[in-house]
Write a protein of this length. Structure first.
Length: 124
């Protein structure tokens, strides 16, 4: 029983997948990858929380009761903005490559040569 603890639920799921017999090894590796990614996200959020608390404790005696939360909020906003810009660059549509410009004279000559070669074969 995990009692709503997400980390315990992920660990329990990964432990269950270790011995599970799946008809598709790809499905098993996708499930393990998703579990490990979720665990990494949770521990990453915990690390950000610890860093924010450490910054708060460091800034409190130097900046006072108003300055410390303000500095932590600015730091978190910078991390959030950087993350959003990174995701935006990943999700933005890529411009289409420029279309190749065809020379009409070369196209006609190519078609004539291809037709001549195709028509010069023996008739069956």
């Amino acid at each position: 029983m995990t009692d709503g603890n997400p980390v315990a639920l992920i660990v329990q799921t990964l432990a269950g997948l270790g011995g599970a017999q799946s008809s598709s090894p790809t499905a098993k590796s996708i499930a393990i990858g998703a579990g490990v990614s979720a665990l990494a996200a949770i521990t990453g959020l915990a690390a950000i929380g610890c860093a924010a608390f450490a910054l708060w404790v460091y800034a409190l005696p130097r900046l006072g009761e108003v300055g410390a939360p303000l500095i932590v909020a600015i730091a978190l906003a910078a991390v959030c903005g950087g993350s959003l810009l990174g995701v935006r660059s990943l999700w933005s549509p890529r411009p289409a490559p420029p279309a190749a410009k065809l020379d009409p004279i070369a196209s006609v000559l190519t078609a004539l040569v291809a037709g001549a070669l195709a028509g010069s074969g023996e008739k069956r």
